[in-house]
Design a protein around this ligand. Structure first.
Ligand code: NAD
Length: 357
């Protein structure tokens, strides 16, 4: 990693906070965006980390991302909440939506939250973790309005986004379960990371602009564009469809039918179900059965080349421990793009270097 620079989480947070603030955001907004993106890097998901800043700044300059917005309440039925994200920073919209939903789930036992029309909400596990902080189980279906990038099972071109799905389950006194993934074979941002690093992708991950197999990440980063394949063949493709319909339509948002407006913005809509196991009367049963099943599950003898069986959420915790201690590696292309984004909002290189060091 010769040309990589390693930046401590706190310093990287200061860099992002300053750029977002220089773009006109309030202190709170800049803080929510910076901590969310750096947390994604800490958790090992560089695709949803600080590398998104250049895109956010471009989207803001183009008018596709509006600063200093709050969720608008379209309908509040207590156990059902329909919210408009007003194309504001997704880090603010996701946070406000989950706080409102959690308060109602604690009161009613459940809250179904539709959040439409938000700018990019980043790592969906972040929102499950916020719910876990309130003692809630949560399920999230998300769609993505941007250039289509994922082919349906059996198709030759891209028809939808990487439509993530996520479930979070609190474990009293233990680390939670957070299952959080894109329904594409890999997240689109990971193809960008590979492209920036000059690496090839694993076979059977993407197709080129003619629908033929390729390992060159250029086909999902620059034109002419190919597509990422769905994970799990027809099953993953079906889950992506459900994310589009629940995340993009039942939430009150839009689906990706036809090509959306050109531009750098990424619009997410999310359909979430927040459940209080204690209110359901099954909290103790859940805790007991979960511990018994997790113990049984991870006791499976590891396959060749595998260290041990893990549960969802564990790899992210391991990354975080390691990166909090050693710092976050940022590839040179991503760093240059962050510096260029700073320049676009009037923050010079010297100021960024000072914050980063
Ligand atoms: P991934 O393929 O790395 O899978 C991550 C999930 O698998 C996590 O729950 C992780 O704990 C679990 N996992 C990984 N290795 C494991 C192991 N060995 N044993 C048990 N569990 C394991 O994730 P991805 O598909 O690349 O998605 C990355 C991120 O991108 C996610 O946080 C997702 O929310 C985000 N995303 C966001 C958008 C958006 O538009 N906002 C779109 C797509 C993806």
């Amino acid at each position: 990693m010769a040309d990589y620079r390693t930046v401590k989480a706190d310093s990287l947070t200061s860099v992002v906070r300053s750029i977002v603030k220089a773009g006109g955001s309030s202190d709170r907004e800049a803080d929510l965006v910076a901590t969310n993106l750096v947390e994604a890097n800490l958790k090992g998901h560089d695709s949803h980390g600080v590398g998104m800043v250049p895109r956010y700044i471009d989207a803001m300059k183009e008018g596709g991302l509006k600063i200093n917005q709050h969720v608008g309440v379209v309908m509040d039925g207590g156990a059902m909440l329909t919210l408009d994200g007003n194309v504001g920073y997704g880090q603010v919209m996701g946070f406000e939506a989950m706080e409102l939903g959690a308060e109602r789930a604690k009161r009613n036992g459940v809250c179904v939250v539709g959040l439409s029309n938000s700018h990019h909400i980043g790592r969906i596990g972040h929102w499950a973790e916020q719910c876990i902080g309130h003692g809630l189980v949560s399920i999230h279906f998300v769609n993505v309005l941007a250039r289509p990038i994922v082919a349906p099972f059996g198709g030759r071109d891209a028809r939808h986004g990487t439509n993530p799905f996520c479930v979070g389950i609190p474990r009293p006194g233990k680390d939670p379960i957070v299952l959080d993934f894109a329904t594409s074979k890999i997240a689109q941002g990971k193809t960008r990371v590979a492209y920036n690093k000059g690496e090839q992708l694993a076979p059977s991950t993407i197709i080129d602009d003619h629908g033929n197999p390729s390992t060159d990440p250029r086909f999902t980063v620059i034109e002419p564009s190919g597509a990422i394949l769905p994970f799990g063949e027809h099953k993953g493709s079906g889950l992506a469809l459900i994310c589009e319909l629940l995340g993009g339509a039942l939430s009150g948002g839009k689906t990706l039918s036809g090509k959306p407006d050109a531009g750098r913005k990424v619009i997410n809509s999310m359909f979430s179900i927040l459940i209080d196991p204690a209110k359901m009367g099954t909290g103790e049963n859940l805790a007991r059965e979960m511990e018994s099943f997790v113990a049984w599950h991870i006791a499976s003898p590891p396959a060749e080349g595998v260290d041990r069986v893990k549960i969802a959420g564990e790899p992210e915790r391991e990354w975080k421990k390691q990166r909090l201690a050693a710092g976050i590696p940022v590839d040179p292309t991503t760093w240059q793009e962050i510096v260029a984004a700073g320049a676009k909002v009037g923050l010079d290189n010297a100021a960024i270097e000072k914050l980063a060091s």
